[in-house]
Design a protein around this ligand. Structure first.
Ligand SMILES: Cc1cc2nc3c(=O)[nH]c(=O)nc-3n(C[C@H](O)[C@H](O)[C@H](O)COP(=O)(O)O)c2cc1C
Length: 283
């Protein structure tokens, strides 16, 4: 077994790639090891999750901080194969491919919900109107809390040897998804998360990130600094794509495409109407 130092060096090499500067003062803990080892999994075995895995993930999710202790999120675990297939087919209609294989393969889809519905009911039962929920901040608060909960659940899942991939694609068909899982007013599925046992025969690699100065600023935002690190990141990005047999393109091309292509939006350009129909006024 390699020493901690060797393992750290190997993980940093994968996380940042050969050409980029790496932090040299990482404080190693088992949790840091787990988080630096993260990679999305898109190839799953059909096996059910181990007994207790879902409940463990939800306990981890509930242990995340949440805004004002209001518990404004929920998670819908889709374990029914037929429902999961319907969701997969619904979302697949919004993208150029006609199937979402990782969603079909994995045993569970978790839909993470920004959920003001309980708060609205509790408030109305007290004879008051939840006027604060009409504001954008309430929607953001619930969405942030759902995201923090989901990420804790992801880390818990990975610590149990499971794999996850988030599915923002679920928002492409936000209205249909909400109907299919019977979401009440004042709730909205922010994203999905596919969970299952990774198929190690079709494993992916750790995906590189830009060097730390691209994202880490001290005291004042340093606007132009990221430019000094673009070449190194492009090299790591290309190396990753080559090892994954993905067609070569630069990260900056990917950024530009995501910022300009309405195909990339895949239906999410109508999200504001859907969210408002679900009861969030977004004032
Ligand atoms: C909110 C969110 C939504 C995502 N949606 C999708 C998705 O719909 N389909 C997909 O294949 N990956 C999706 N991803 C995974 C990202 O593509 C992935 O995390 C990113 O490329 C970094 O790779 P890594 O997770 O392997 O480090 C999503 C990630 C996040 C955080």
């Amino acid at each position: 077994m390699s020493s901690t130092k060797e393992r750290l060096a190997a993980l940093l090499e994968q996380r940042y790639g050969a050409a980029q500067p790496k932090p040299e003062n990482i404080i190693w803990t088992p949790q840091v090891d787990a988080m630096l080892s993260h990679k999305s999994v898109r190839t799953f075995l059909p096996d059910a999750l181990p007994e207790g895995a879902l409940e463990t993930m939800v306990a981890a999710a509930q242990s995340a901080s949440n805004s004002s202790g209001l518990h404004q999120w929920s998670v819908v675990a889709v374990t029914d194969k037929a429902l999961k297939q319907t969701l997969a087919d619904t979302v697949a209609r919004t993208v150029p491919t006609d199937r979402i294989p990782y969603l079909e393969e994995a045993p569970v889809l978790l839909l993470w919900v920004a959920d003001l519905s309980r708060g609205a009911e509790i408030t109305r039962e007290k004879g008051a109107e939840p006027v604060v929920f009409d504001y954008l901040d309430s929607f953001l608060m619930a969405s942030v809390d759902a995201s923090l909960a989901a990420q804790n659940a992801a880390i818990a899942a990975e610590s149990m040897g499971l794999g996850i991939v988030y599915m923002g694609l679920m928002r492409n068909a936000a209205r249909e998804v909400a109907e299919l899982i019977n979401l009440p007013p004042h709730s909205f599925a922010v994203f999905g998360m596919v969970v299952g046992k990774p198929d190690s025969t079709r494993a992916s690699s750790i995906r590189p990130r830009p060097a730390q100065p691209v994202v880490l600023h001290y005291n004042q935002y340093d606007r132009g600094r990221y430019r000094d690190y673009l070449d190194g990141f492009e090299e790591a990005f290309l190396d990753f794509r080559t090892t994954q047999n993905m067609k070569p393109r630069t990260w900056q091309e990917a950024v530009c495409e995501s910022a300009t292509s309405m195909d990339y939006m895949g239906g999410r350009e109508h999200l504001r109407e859907t969210v408002q129909q679900r009861g969030f006024k977004l004032k």
